[in-house]
Design a protein around this ligand. Structure first.
Ligand code: ADP
Length: 173
């Protein structure tokens, strides 16, 4: 039984992440997607929102589970008896950061291997950050995310930009 975890912030999950999930789930027996609380970053979406969007994205994938986690990735892997950490690699810019994370995890527990899956070319320039930026200008992101994520992004930025009755710019005089 080969188990793997796929940790990330998923703020929000994109079709690039989903491609990595599908491909790694076809290699291992069980995959646990770990949605990281990540106190260091200031995510756009709350933990329950990010969790809900990942769950929706993987529905119907029989050997894929989703869980939230806080703390060290290796501890999350051990909790699930997972021997593999999945990460995705896009451009060379991912490489240095991913190597550092993988080496750190390896220095903590050398029994757990990091396995890198190279991005599908169509998702090579896709990131949660670019999706959020495009959506923040009201542009269509439906080619990069699930319909649920597209809707949530739309709601989020409408919430942020919706003029409030007290906004001085909309006073009539
Ligand atoms: P982080 O874990 O750094 O907060 P993410 O949650 O965005 O970042 O991503 C989780 C993992 O998925 C990382 O290994 C990242 O490189 C990978 N990833 C993100 N976007 C893509 C993509 N478009 N194609 C392949 N892998 C990706």
């Amino acid at each position: 039984m080969v188990r793997a975890i796929y940790p990330g912030s998923f703020d929000p999950v994109t079709l690039g992440h989903i491609d990595i999930i599908k491909r790694s789930a076809s290699i291992v027996d069980e995959l646990v997607v770990g949605v990281l609380v990540n106190k260091g970053k200031h995510p756009l979406f709350s933990m329950p929102e990010r969790y809900e969007m990942v769950c929706d994205a993987v529905k119907g994938m029989k050997n894929v589970k989703v869980e939230t986690f806080d703390g060290m990735t290796v501890d999350f892997a051990k909790k699930h008896n997972a021997s593999i950490i999945i990460r995705g690699l896009r451009a060379i810019t991912d490489y240095e950061n991913e190597m550092q994370i993988a080496q750190t995890n390896r220095s903590i527990d050398s029994d757990i291997e990091t396995m890198f899956l190279i991005t599908d070319l169509q998702y090579a320039y896709l990131s949660s950050t670019t999706v959020k930026e495009i959506a923040s200008y009201g542009k269509d992101v439906s080619a990069s995310v699930t319909p649920l994520v597209a809707r949530k992004l739309h709601e989020k930025f409408n919430e942020v930009h919706a003029p409030k009755p007290t906004d001085p710019k909309i006073r009539l005089c």
